[in-house]
Design a protein around this ligand. Structure first.
Ligand code: PMP
Length: 428
């Protein structure tokens, strides 16, 4: 008898490519059968077999206040009862924009969209439209969604599938995309010296979360800011993942660097599809209907999704929210490192705010190349041992993990206890 997850996976593969609607969900790199989830609450979700898991992906970031938070659910229900969408403006969208501008002062104006991909794609078009330049700089291992010109040496699912660049992206589309090494300031300087006058923008994850967790060095981001200002290029921080995840003001507040444009997603939708891009008002004035850069969306600023996002943005402003979140994440990371050390497994871990990275390596990677040198086969075994024990980690060695405000001490301790056993089994 196969179990319900296997049955559903077989059924899904008949009508959906690979059985999933986003590649990493398919467990391709870790192997095995994806779990089909039937419900979630707080720090847990349950698969169709009714097996409970401590969830460390939190819907890949959005579930920062925990799954199905009563206040978020209530806001969604109330909004839905008033109508699912109108294709005309609502007050909620203004409130959402005001809240984002208040929390991230580099954002003077913001446009709501429905996915991170749309946010970065539109930010790029804005940068090109505003500068009348074509070239963009991105960094190897940073993932910015699947818009054509950004799908070059990107991270996340592409790394998991061992596929640095997608088929179907014409060479012509990416000839203007310059790909440099993350955390390599000298290379960035040299690139600006050679192409500076043609560079529309630099796009970066200031805390990278799509080649596992890799933090930018302050010097790298400062160099980037200086060069963009000097050459009149737009600096785009892609904070789709790290925005409101690493700190209330995003990575830009931690590093104290103001980008010209910021892309947001995930948390600002509280689990529903809301994303955004925003920044300097003079740049945003280039957007239609005011300016020549076109961008639009039938479901942009959807009232139900905005209700979930706005309520989440209010909840994360409660006193000590980030102190508590960081402290829990830190406890997890320290506990896992200690467990690995005791078992004699080569392992280290890192965290920032509510985001963490686990690496089967001697030291914390600082670049894509270092990340790729970690022992992903070991991670895959560890992943399955943890999964069997009821702890759901990201199903790839190249993804970051996420802790929510509902991961209390008992849940963290239970996770570490599972890891102790898993690490022991790894060496036996
Ligand atoms: N940018 C970053 C930094 C991301 O992590 C992601 C998604 N993981 C995206 C953009 C794309 O967002 P979406 O999946 O909502 O299109």
């Amino acid at each position: 008898m196969t179990n319900k997850n296997e049955n559903l996976f077989l059924r899904a593969q008949k009508t959906t490519p690979g059985g999933v609607n986003s590649p990493v969900r398919a467990f391709r790199s870790v192997g095995g059968t994806p779990r089909f989830i039937q419900r979630a609450e707080g720090a847990y979700f349950w698969d169709v077999e009714d097996k409970r898991y401590i969830d460390y992906i939190g819907s890949w970031g959005p579930a920062i206040v925990g799954h199905a938070h009563p206040k978020v659910v209530q806001a969604v229900q109330e909004a839905a009862a008033r109508g699912l969408g109108f294709g005309a403006p609502t007050e909620g969208e203004i409130e959402m924009a005001e809240e984002i501008c208040k929390l991230m002062p580099s954002i003077e104006q913001v446009r709501l969209v429905s996915s991170g991909t749309e946010a970065t794609m539109s930010a790029l078009r804005l940068a090109r439209g505003a500068t009348n330049r074509d070239k963009i700089i991105k960094f190897e291992g940073c993932y910015h969604g699947h818009a054509d010109s950004l799908l070059v040496k990107a991270g996340s699912g592409l790394l998991t599938l061992g596929n640095p660049t997608s088929a179907g992206v014409p060479e012509d589309f990416i000839q203007h995309t310059l790909v440099l090494d993350y955390n390599n300031s000298q290379q960035l300087e040299d690139c600006f010296k050679a192409h500076g006058k043609d560079i529309a923008c630099v796009i970066v994850e200031p805390v990278a979360g799509n080649m596992n967790l890799i933090k930018a060095t302050p010097e790298f981001l400062r160099t980037m800011r200086r060069l963009c200002t000097e050459y009149g290029s737009v600096l785009i921080f892609d904070e789709v993942m790290c925005g409101f995840r690493v700190a209330l003001g995003g990575a830009q507040s931690l590093y104290d660097i103001q980008p010209d444009i910021t892309a947001l997603g995930k948390i600002i939708g509280g689990g529903l599809p809301v994303a955004a891009f925003g920044g300097r008002a003079d740049l945003m004035a280039n957007m239609a209907p005011l300016g020549r850069v076109y961008q639009a969306g039938t479901l942009s600023g959807n009232p139900v999704a905005v209700a979930a996002g706005l309520t989440t943005l209010k909840l994360i402003q409660e006193p000590n929210f980030y102190e508590q979140l960081s402290s829990q994440t830190n406890k997890l990371v320290r506990g896992l490192s200690e467990a690995a050390r005791k078992a004699g497994v080569t392992f280290c871990a890192d965290s920032i705010g509510g985001m963490f990275g686990l690496y089967f390596a001697q030291s914390i990677p600082a670049s894509y190349t270092e990340m790729m040198a970690t022992d992903s086969a070991k991670f895959n075994r560890f992943f399955h041992l943890m999964l069997d024990a009821g702890v759901y980690l990201a199903p790839s060695a190249f993804e970051a993990g996420f802790v929510s405000a509902q991961h209390d001490d008992a849940i963290i301790a239970a996770s570490i206890a599972c890891a102790e056993k898993a690490f022991e089994q790894l060496v036996s």
